[in-house]
Design a protein around this ligand. Structure first.
Ligand code: GLN
Length: 494
């Protein structure tokens, strides 16, 4: 049964529905995989084996009585910033060690209701702040392609778990790139939906105007499957939008004839690894070969996106994190005065990166500086969005690299926040504009995956998925497996 870990969610769906395997078999295969690789990969903060086994039994029952949903019996990883009632939700922080939420996040509930199988809660940078998962208070996750390298972040655990075949699919959150960048680093598919497509209820907030939940998978078809299962209006999140959820899998297929793909000069920057740039250019040639029309476009405000993000995101984070005060949730270090309780709890509960963001954010919001920083940043944000609006009058999707480099070695950027922040220069603009983006593998540099990103019009995930799928099927990159089994001396079934 061990070969079941190499099947995609879509393949597992077919096997389950035809009764060729049981959800219990599928779950045991994945739990055994976790057992054999997890001490090296460290993708999970909490493994939920008992919950998973109970869900698998319920899934088999559901399949037998004909009421299976798209993810019934499918092994899923959940970023540990999504609230769950039956496992701790730590957000990668000491402040929420052992914290159990009284409710499930809406996406968790949607999956639970169809008896998807929760293998566990995946590692994340503390409160999703980071690009390498090294800011987790609990552990450092290894990249399945080279365990000494980072998986990207902040949803590095979710990306590594999919890449290492510990789960078929997973959920992460993306505020400035935290789904697409780790997907790129781990050689898997990662999709950030349009802001408002997926409910954020029960996602521990980082920057509320930017955060979105989305899937990781090993194929574009699986990303379409999961997106469909978690999308839709939720009355618990007033920013989720009442708009039709198309059948994303049905939208896949066909070549790229007539599809106009925009390529912007502004996505060629200093500091980009020339080999990654070479793979991006080859990706564009492949898209042309597959029938797409490549259209040069301009997104002139792109160069300001990173700076703007590092005003807006910390400002919102500083407000969102005010609730962790030693009184309401998680860690509480009681002192004689309330102020001292706040100070000690936050001083010891938060890590250095989170404190840096709180300081940046409160500074940007402080009286006298608010107009100069926050208001100005919001104006630039509007300009960035306008760039995209104008571009999408000429093209159907925009292609860009996902990241300027491939995965770096553990420790390489932990002492240099600016270098760490630069990992997201190509992913942040989509969050600023609220538009969807999907990352797909596009080759290798020294054995580490590089990634191509497609951005689309708001609520048009179907088109970026269709283009990503055509690219995936027209190239060989999705067929490569990380050399993890060899690295760990495990026998690898074909
Ligand atoms: N790396 C970026 C940051 O640290 C983005 C994080 C994210 O998308 N959650 O803010």
């Amino acid at each position: 049964m061990s070969e079941l870990i190499y099947r995609t969610a879509t393949e597992l769906r077919d096997l389950l529905d035809r009764g060729e395997v049981s959800a219990v078999d599928v779950t045991e295969a994945h739990l055994a995989r976790v057992q054999s690789v997890e001490s090296h990969v460290n993708a999970f903060i909490t493994v939920m084996d008992d919950v998973a086994r109970a869900q698998a039994r319920a899934a088999d029952e559901r399949i037998r009585n004909g009421s299976a949903g798209p993810l019934t019996g499918i092994p899923v990883g959940l970023k540990d910033i999504l609230c769950t009632v039956d496992a701790p939700t730590t957000a990668g922080s000491r402040l929420l060690e052992n914290y159990i939420s009284p409710y499930d996040a809406t996406v968790v509930r949607m999956l639970r209701e169809q008896d998807a199988v929760f293998i566990g809660k995946t590692n994340t940078d503390e409160f999703a702040m980071g690009s390498s998962t090294e800011h987790s208070a609990y552990k450092t996750t290894g990249n399945p392609w080279d365990l000494n390298h980072v998986p990207g972040g902040s949803s590095g655990g979710s990306a590594a778990a999919v890449g290492a075949h510990e789960v078929a699919v997973s959920l992460g959150s993306d505020t400035g790139g935290s789904i697409r960048q780790p997907a790129g680093f781990c050689g898997v598919v990662g999709l950030k939906p349009t802001y408002g497509r997926v409910s954020r209820y029960g996602l521990i907030a980082f920057a509320s105007s930017l955060d979105q939940i989305g899937p990781f998978s090993r194929t574009v078809e699986d990303a379409a499957l999961v997106l469909g299962a978690v999308s839709g209006k939720d009355h618990c999140d007033s920013t989720s939008v009442e708009i039709d959820v198309p059948d994303y899998r049905a939208a896949l297929g066909g070549d790229l004839t007539g599809v106009r793909i925009g390529v912007a000069d502004e996505y060629q920057i200093d500091g980009m690894d020339s080999r990654v740039e070479g793979l991006f250019k080859r990706g564009i040639e492949d898209l042309e070969r597959l029938g797409a029309e490549i259209v040069p476009i301009s997104l002139p405000h792109t160069e300001h996106a990173l700076a703007t993000y590092y005003i807006v995101a910390p400002a919102e984070a500083s407000a969102n994190l005010a609730r962790f005060d030693g009184v309401k949730y998680g860690l509480s270090i009681r002192e004689d005065t309330l102020l001292d309780t706040y100070l000690r709890t936050r001083g010891e509960g938060f890590g250095a990166e989170v404190k840096r963001r709180i300081m940046l954010g409160t500074y940007a919001l402080s009286s006298g500086y608010y107009d100069a920083y926050y208001v100005q940043a919001q104006k630039v944000r509007t300009l960035i969005k306008r760039d995209f609006d104008e571009a999408f009058e000429k093209v159907d999707v925009i292609a860009a690299p996902t990241s300027p480099t491939v995965s770096f070695e553990k420790g390489a950027r932990t002492d240099d926040p600016i270098q760490m922040y630069l990992s997201d220069v190509f992913t942040i603009p989509a969050n600023m504009a609220g538009i969807p983006g999907v990352a797909v593998p596009c080759g290798f540099v020294d054995g580490l995956p590089a990634s191509l990103q497609f951005m689309g019009r708001a609520f048009d995930e179907a088109t970026i998925l269709r283009v990503a799928h055509a690219y995936e099927q027209g190239t060989e990159w999705h067929a490569h497996r990380p050399p993890l089994d060899e690295a760990l001396g495990l026998a690898s079934p074909s």
